[in-house]
Design a protein around this ligand. Structure first.
Ligand SMILES: [Fe+2]
Ligand SMILES: [Fe+2]
Length: 317
């Protein structure tokens, strides 16, 4: 294995492409790609597309229970946006010989790539707006990085619209999170409880810490520009001041000495999935964390199966 990686790094075609994209060069054509570049690009787009689709079943219960017609419309509009993002990404994958229909409807739900942040159906509208405020913000930081840095120009260009729409989801989330914080004692408690659950999920969205990461092709082929830790820091620099301005407690703060935001706990920590509670005093190993991520929550397979079987239309209202 080590020899194989060494061979590729020393392959002059691969090295030449890495040097070319490092100068800011963007590829327009599949013909310009090396096999290794193509693999890492396709994998990145494929995961991004799957992540857009799996937002739909997370919103589903909140559409049914949201208090007003406006709330239902807001969530339905976000779902439409997310599906549009997925459609655009699968469409790009067709240039690489893949078929959108088989991706969506002919794959075993187990095969879908999901991130833990998107594996829990929202129990109510407050959870939806909190997840837009914190979770869509995390997603937005990732897609903005891809728009600004991705060396495959057609993908970078197509993300302009995606990011424009994501800003609506984030602002909607911020506005209504603030609203529910101030509405009543009960809604305030629910906001805090939901943030307590989502905060560690969102920090984990950006993946392993840089010093633990072994696969670095996304950066060396400039599929994206920022590392996991850099993106996580960017996310913290937005959500921590927002939370403090509202009064929401979050397990992170700005550390004057280090000149950056730091978490008040050492990840990874144990999650009781049933209770949706993190045990900040119970650290787990990264190996255990990877197993949890790989397996997915108990909702993953049923949620995806539901999308595939198209129960959506008739069950929506
Ligand atoms: Fe999206
Ligand atoms: Fe979104």
């Amino acid at each position: 294995m080590a020899t194989a990686i060494k061979d590729i790094q020393e392959d002059p075609r691969e090295r030449a492409l890495q040097e070319k994209v490092a100068t800011g060069y963007q590829l327009e054509d599949v013909e310009e790609m090396t096999e290794r570049y193509k693999n890492v690009l396709v994998n990145t787009i494929h995961i991004a597309a799957d992540l857009e689709v799996v937002t739909l079943p997370t919103y589903s219960p909140a559409i049914k229970t949201s208090p007003t017609l406006e709330d239902k419309i807001a969530i339905a509009a976000a779902c439409q946006d997310e599906l549009g993002h997925a459609q655009m990404m699968y469409r790009i994958l067709e240039d690489f010989g893949y078929d959108t229909h088989s991706f969506l409807f002919e794959r075993d739900p187990e095969e879908w790539r999901t991130f833990q942040m998107l594996e829990f159906p929202h129990e109510d509208y407050i959870e939806s707006v909190v997840s837009m405020c914190y979770g869509d913000r995390a997603g937005y930081i990732t897609t903005v990085d891809l728009e600004e840095n991705c060396s495959y120009a057609p993908f970078a260009r197509s993300l302009r619209k995606v990011n424009y729409e994501e800003t609506f989801h984030v602002s909607h989330g911020e506005r209504w999170t603030r609203f529910f914080w101030n509405q009543s004692e009960e809604s305030r408690r629910r906001v805090q409880e939901t943030v307590d659950f989502y905060f560690p999920l969102c920090t984990a969205w950006f993946g392993m810490p840089d010093n633990r990461k072994t696969r670095t092709d996304q950066l060396s082929y400039r599929i994206r520009g920022a590392s996991n830790d850099e993106m996580r820091q960017k996310w913290l620099s937005r959500v921590v001041p927002f939370s403090e301005s509202v009064g929401i407690k979050v397990p992170a703060h700005y550390d004057e000495e280090q000149g950056k935001y730091v978490l008040d706990y050492e990840p990874p920590i144990y999650l009781d999935e049933e209770k949706r509670e993190w045990d900040y005093d119970r650290q787990i190993t990264w190996e255990e964390q990877l197993k949890v991520w790989k397996k997915g929550s108990k909702h993953k397979v049923p949620s995806i199966a539901r999308v595939i079987s198209e129960e959506w239309g008739k069950d929506l209202w």
